[in-house]
Write a protein that binds this ligand. Structure first.
Ligand code: HEM
Length: 512
């Protein structure tokens, strides 16, 4: 006779065998036509063990696997086989996803489920008509000279009035500062000023800054969660991070509405900020009532703040880390700055036209973005089944990811020296910057949904890099990038490729 414990054990074992067989069969029969290699995948738990083992070096793990497949494309099975998808680093597939068959690869529920409370119906979170409408208004504004000048003026004023005084003090006091945090504060103030036209000093004192940071961090962990049911249960129960998220969104909404309502009472015709521009554009649009109009404005502005918040600061953090470890490139950037006329007489900032002349700096920033793209991996949902140009089958309702991080590290795309920081690869024989084919460099996305803030980002990055490098030596406490660290860079796993634990540096004034 079996005792109770043995009986339970046998029952449990049989159940596991049965469930495993069921999922094995289910997994094999659901996508028979896909011949793509797959990271080691187990019945029921899919790729979860590999993910957990490589969590700390996720993007390098993905890049390694992609570089070992014949066409740089993998198939991925999630936990419980609940979802299937592909991940590619093949520029021909990237072009197919983002441009050639754009209609079939949408944001859909993949984004909406995670970002809806924060972004609502904002440009970043919607498809089809809602997206077309906002894209049209926003790209019109982003192409105006007046917005370009406004952005450039805001950047200059932020540098002169906030960044430089802060860094000078850090230098005088011989302080160790977290440069990543300093740059994050700078770009957040910057984007809030461009978006709302509100003095950032006012924002510093408000709980909006903290609420936005919390909300983005929690959305990021939702995205990265291998078992989404966990955060969904927490949301229903209103506990832990999901409770904090709800509170943060409340603060953001109240703050945004306060600014929108106060702007309604002002003469907005002459204001240059994005909110004032969208307010003017929305006058010719039909809304059910004032509330709906305000919600439209709230959603579009919050999307812009999210898009511009940490992307540029993340890019600059890796740039300064790379420069700290590559003194030869630092000297070449400084030599280029010195070639500008009357450098020693100028105020502390550089004009839009001067920035355009800095080809080597532009190349160094692009090279840094290639190796450390602020949005390392991006995802879409398929409307219908499809076959990618390399023959990969993609089922209906699957996710389709491209890894910009992996594209930048493919020998087949960038050559044997792809892990080296070499700004020269972006320059022609005369030293003029040569842009890359956009699908080999999908750092700002490509196709109809390409980043609207690319130019603004380069203006910000070049202005800050030029001013800082002209005035200071930035000494990284970890010594900056070297060949060994480039094989295992210190990033954390979140939507943006932030540096793990910050970027501690000391600032020393240069002898001019
Ligand atoms: C180095 C800095 C930046 C990088 C690497 C970057 C990258 C990207 C990427 C990868 C996307 C596609 C996201 C997706 O559809 O899933 C995107 C979209 C977008 N970006 Fe940027 N971005 C940067 C800075 C900015 C700035 C400063 C702004 C301006 C406010 C901005 C505004 C936008 C907007 C509005 C979209 C949505 C476009 C659409 O869906 O039609 N970005 N960006």
């Amino acid at each position: 006779m079996l005792d109770l414990n043995s009986a339970s054990l046998i029952f449990l074992t049989l159940s596991i065998c049965f469930i495993s067989l069921f999922f094995l069969f289910f997994s094999a029969s659901s996508n028979p036509s896909n011949k793509n290699p797959c990271p080691q995948s187990y019945p029921i738990i899919g790729n979860l063990p590999g993910f957990l083992r490589n969590h700390h070096r996720f993007h390098d793990w993905v890049a390694e696997m992609l570089s070992q497949t014949p066409s740089s494309t993998l198939q991925v099975n999630s936990f419980l086989n609940l979802s299937h998808g592909i991940c590619t680093a093949n520029p021909i597939n990237v072009e197919h996803l983002l441009r050639a068959n754009f209609q079939n690869y949408i944001k859909g529920s993949r984004y909406n489920n995670v970002l809806n409370e924060l972004l609502g119906q904002g440009i970043f979170n919607v498809d089809e008509h809602a997206w077309i409408l906002q894209r049209k208004i926003a790209s019109h504004e982003f192409n105006t000279k007046s917005l370009k000048h406004f952005i450039s003026d805001v950047v200059k004023s932020e540098i002169t009035n906030r960044l430089m005084p802060f860094l000078s003090k850090a230098c005088n006091d011989d302080m160790v500062i977290d440069l990543q945090q300093v740059l994050q504060n700078f770009t957040f103030n910057n984007i809030c000023n461009v978006a709302f036209g509100v003095d950032p000093a006012y924002l510093q004192n408000s709980s909006f800054v903290k609420a936005f940071d919390d909300a983005v961090e929690i959305c990021s962990s939702r995205f990265m969660s291998p078992i989404p049911a966990v955060w969904k249960v927490k949301r229903v129960m209103n506990i832990g991070s999901e409770k904090r998220f709800k509170e943060a969104v409340k603060v953001i909404n109240e703050y945004a509405m306060e600014i929108i309502i106060s702007n309604e009472n002002k003469e907005i015709g002459s204001n240059q900020d994005l909110l004032s521009r969208f307010m003017s554009a929305s006058k010719s649009m039909e809304f059910q009532d004032q509330e709906q109009r305000r919600k439209f404005l709230r959603d579009i502005i919050i999307s812009f703040i999210l898009a511009g918040k940490d992307s540029t600061s993340t890019a600059l953090t890796w740039f300064f880390w790379l420069i700290a470890g590559n003194p030869r490139c630092a000297s070449l950037i400084r030599a280029e700055l010195s070639s500008l006329p009357e450098l020693e007489l100028r105020p502390r900032t550089f004009s839009y036209d001067e920035l355009k002349k800095l080809h080597y700096l532009h190349a160094a920033l692009s090279e840094s973005l290639r190796l450390f793209p602020p949005v390392p991996i991006n995802s879409r949902l398929t409307v219908d089944k499809d076959v990618l140009p390399d023959g990969t089958y993609v089922g209906k309702g699957w996710f389709a990811d491209y890894s910009a991080y992996a594209v930048g590290r493919m020998e087949t795309v960038w050559g044997k020296d792809c892990r080296e920081f070499k700004p020269e690869r972006w320059l022609d024989a005369d030293g003029a910057f040569q842009p890359s084919d956009q699908f080999r460099f999908p750092v700002f996305h490509c196709g109809p949904r390409m980043c609207l803030g690319k130019e603004m980002a380069y203006v910000q990055m070049k202005s800050i890099a030029a001013v800082l490098m002209h005035q200071f030596d930035i000494i990284a406490l970890d010594g900056g990038a070297n060949a060994e660290k480039m094989m295992n860079p210190p990033y954390s796993l979140s939507l943006l490729l932030k540096m793990r634990g910050g970027f501690p540096v000391q600032i020393k004034r240069r002898q001019q």
